[in-house]
Design a protein around this ligand. Sequence first.
Ligand SMILES: O=C(O)COP(=O)(O)O
Ligand SMILES: [Mg+2]
Length: 232
Amino acid sequence: MTQISSRPSPFDIVGFDLDGTLLDTSGDLAAAVNHALASAGRPALTVDQVKPMIGGGARHMLAQGMAATGGCDDATLDRLHRLLLDYYESHIAILTRPYPHVLAALDDLAARGARLAVVTNKLEGLARKLLGALDLTARFDCIIGGDTMGPGNAKPSPKPIYEMLARCGGGTAAFVGDSIFDIRAGRAAGLPTIACSFGFLMQPVAELGADAIIDGYGELVPTLERLAARPA
Ligand SMILES: O=C(O)COP(=O)(O)O
Ligand SMILES: [Mg+2]
């Protein structure tokens, strides 16, 4: 369990990816993918098959789901993407929950003065809807989605990370994520990065190139403290 401490936060700003990092969204995302696949006459995928498809936005996830079940053209993908988004929007928090001890770690950082942010490749509207459904919105100083910075500016671009820094008022910062897109975006923005071994890994966690790896949220604050104490 994370210990609440009166010491200042090791970073002024701590940014988090959403899917596979703060929240286990895999059950609801797999259901949405399978809804789209079924309408195209494709077989369903398991949650474990869908997990490594998550992290680059819903269209990217669906494209991989269609590729795994026979491929498809762009027009079909566009139609199914819309179907998937409509289904997901109305079934967004059926199975989705924060990972264990997330809330305690966020409480600890906030109590120590950190500003907290979400930078996800989910559409911003869906991210806001999901965080609202789980009563988490007020914990974050800003919520930036895959479409917030305009086309082509989602992670791994550093632009949404720079936007996070600006909206949080600047200062020292670290970024926590579960995909290569998160770690590349954080590094490109010059931030120390932490990878979550429990996330929706597209490759082994050690290959993501993060500065540190956590196996659970009890390790987050000590890991941030260790990174903040590193020589520059
Ligand atoms: O793939 C998505 O829809 C979003 O993924 P992310 O929250 O891990 O960026
Ligand atoms: Mg993720």
